[in-house]
Design a protein around this ligand. Sequence first.
Ligand code: URA
Length: 412
Amino acid sequence: MNFNIIDIINKKRLGFELSKEELEFAFNGYLNDEIPDYQMSALLMAICINDMNDREIFDLTDIFINSGEILDLSKVNGIKVDKHSTGGVGDKTTLVVAPIVASCGVCIAKMSGRGLGFTGGTIDKLESIDGFKVNLTDKEFIDQLNSINVAISSQTGNLTPLDKKIYALRDVTATVESIPLIAVSIMSKKIASGADKILVDIKLGSGALIKNEKDAKRLSEIMVKIGKKYNREVRTITTNMNVPLGNNIGNSLEVIEAIDILDGKEKNYLCDLCIKLSSILVSMAKGITEEEAKNMVYSSINNKSALNKLYELIKSQHGNINSLKVSDNVIEIKSKKEGEIQNIDAYNMGIVARDLGAGRCNKEDKIDYTVGIVLKKHISSKVKIGDVLCELYINDSSVYDVNFILDSYTII
Ligand code: URA
């Protein structure tokens, strides 16, 4: 059957469902450069507005998975787990959770991404460590999993290339925030990267892609269904992203905070969340209760085996942890109000960190790993006029607006 891309766009614009063949024609055509950006953008926008049903989502996931190679992790012994966060501000959970889980004897095969818009990405954070190799070959990835139980790599060139191409287009066409497109993007990567059991942390709130509970529930249900189709156990957890996660936002600063948590120096909501995520993953892999898994997680933090696992991971991927640098140009932002901090807008803080140079506005932008924000006061803190709310680590080209930062705090 001969298809026409304009008819396909029009069909979705009018709210009709697309057949697998139509989806293949459009998306594979885009991958092969037969369909231009502007037509794919129009189709993505029609999907954002008119949604997709479960069948379309399953079919599109399949098309994404089969656009590239599927990593065969059968050469890695035992159950392999993976975790994914839908993205947020200050979200360095992977840097904490992966070493904890690995030090509990569970193999964690982690494919991570870069920052997108106002959200940060694990790969950028790891690149703040001098020499850290983020592009492992399949063989290096598998060998490292067999030797130290953990590897973190960026999406290899051949894994879901369609997601890579569509993701970049969504980022610049305001089509990121679509439940079907998010589900397809995440699940195709997770299935293709080979783990048996997958935990997805659905971030919900102002600093997240998902802004309401109904969408979080739908995303969760569809991801679990996709997992079933491919014989993978998928669990989801929905967690708060109205305020930044932890105290530090920015690449080197987030690595430092992850080390502090693994070193037992910081006990906060971020620490509790990392313990929760790690306990779920360990319980899924070992078939034990979450409570039993939690005891293992606590011991791995208390006896420093999780911290040592992080150092082992960094060394194995050629990073030099002693190279971690933060800017020595630090500006204090002081409160102009007295009261209790009721909110710190995560989205605004993500934008501030990005504009300081910690994120990208365009795909080509270079990140400054040394800049970012350190929150000196968090939710529920009592503050007086003149108290330091946060510190900005800046460079010569950092752009910031003190009033915008102050307005991001709700102090009553
Ligand atoms: N994370 C992904 O990998 N894809 C999305 O579309 C959103 C978050």
